[in-house]
Write a protein that binds this ligand. Structure first.
Ligand code: AR6
Ligand code: MG
Length: 315
């Protein structure tokens, strides 16, 4: 299938600015408990009142991956590891394992060995999923290629099957949103069927069947409890997909993620990326985009990625 030009040009900034906004405005609430929508609105207002509003590792790594894709559309894990190493800024809030992997890269360890220095079986954190939106943009029109490229992009840092599958699922979610201009609970059920690991399949199936009568109030505590809101891929990717599938637009996805709490910045980055891809860059509220560090750079990279996606698969 060839990518649709108009759709791709709208989805690319939606996905990448969604990552940025979710990350930078969710970051002050990393580790916060779930709360009501009303209090989530207060969280957003306080995030907007703070300065500066830096992005964290989610956006830092997404930008490095996006740049890498421009030269390596099928991903070269060694060159990608070098790109992550060069972009690394330790104060950006990286996971503990990432600091150890970065030291291993600097000490010259081969990529495959460095990926196991923190955890022998590899990381099952959500770090490979949080940065994946550029692959959804670049390969949204080709789901098989997308899954292969997403798995390769996890290799430098997340070789645990659950860490890698989280990245593939999140890439598929963004890719579906890019290709179709929508993302609904039906997508959750289909993603569950495609998942490679039982952990992601279970989480997505639970997300697809989650029902919460409005009379009970906000679902955030129940979602955090059942689907999770932690840093592990299987306890955050299905949650982000649920937030995206049940929100009307990127602004609502931001609020819901702020309500779910936990690994707030990363769940928001993933959820708003999916919703932004579905609804387009103009649907991501401008006051949120303008508030974040790096928004012009993110916009520029998104446009370059859209050009690359529309330029053909031979590159
Ligand atoms: N066994 C036990 N715990 C694990 C394992 C494992 N195999 N793998 C990961 N963890 P990490 P990330 C736990 O460090 O995935 C930032 O805040 C462990 O507690 O590989 O890039 C981002 O914004 C480990 O420290 O980093 C994201 O929110 C944690 O999972 C998140 O961190 C994270 O795994 C991304 O983290
Ligand atoms: Mg985080």
């Amino acid at each position: 299938m060839s990518p649709d030009p108009e759709r791709t040009r709208q989805a690319a900034p939606g996905a990448l600015l969604g990552t940025l906004v979710g990350d930078a405005l969710g970051a002050p609430y990393e580790g916060s408990p779930p709360t009501t929508t009303e209090k989530a609105r207060g969280r957003l207002e306080r995030a907007l009142a703070r300065t500066p509003r830096p992005y964290t590792d989610d956006t830092q790594m997404a930008l490095a991956l996006a740049q890498h894709l421009l030269g390596h559309p099928h991903v070269d894990p060694d060159a990608l590891a070098a790109a992550f190493r060069d972009a690394f800024e330790p104060w950006r809030g990286y996971g503990g394992g990432m600091h150890r992997i970065h030291d291993a890269w600097e000490c010259g360890l081969p990529t495959a060995q460095a990926a196991r220095v923190a955890f022998a079986e590899g990381s099952l954190g959500n770090g490979a999923a949080m940065r994946i939106a550029p692959i959804g943009v670049r390969w949204g029109h080709d789901p098989e290629r997308l899954a292969d490229v997403a798995a390769r992009s996890a290799q430098p840092t997340h070789v645990h099957p659950v860490g890698e599958d989280g990245a593939v699922v999140q890439a598929r979610a963004v890719g579906r949103a890019v290709a179709r201009g929508g993302f609904t609970p039906q997508d959750l059920a289909e993603l569950a069927e495609e998942a490679a690991t039982d952990e992601l399949a279970r989480g997505l199936a639970e997300a697809a069947s989650f029902e919460w009568p409005a009379s009970l109030g906000d679902p955030h505590v129940a979602i955090a409890d059942r689907l999770g809101h932690e840093v592990l891929a299987d306890r955050s990717v299905p949650t982000a997909c649920w937030v995206a599938a049940t929100s009307a637009d990127p602004g609502e996805a931001m609020l819901r993620a702020l309500g779910v709490g936990g690994d707030t910045d990363t769940i928001a980055a993933m959820a708003v990326a999916i919703r932004g891809a579905a609804d387009g860059g103009e649907a991501v509220p401008g006051e949120l985009v303008d508030a974040c560090e790096g928004s012009p750079q993110v916009r520029a990279v998104a446009d370059e990625l859209a050009d690359a996606a529309l330029g053909g698969d031979a590159a």
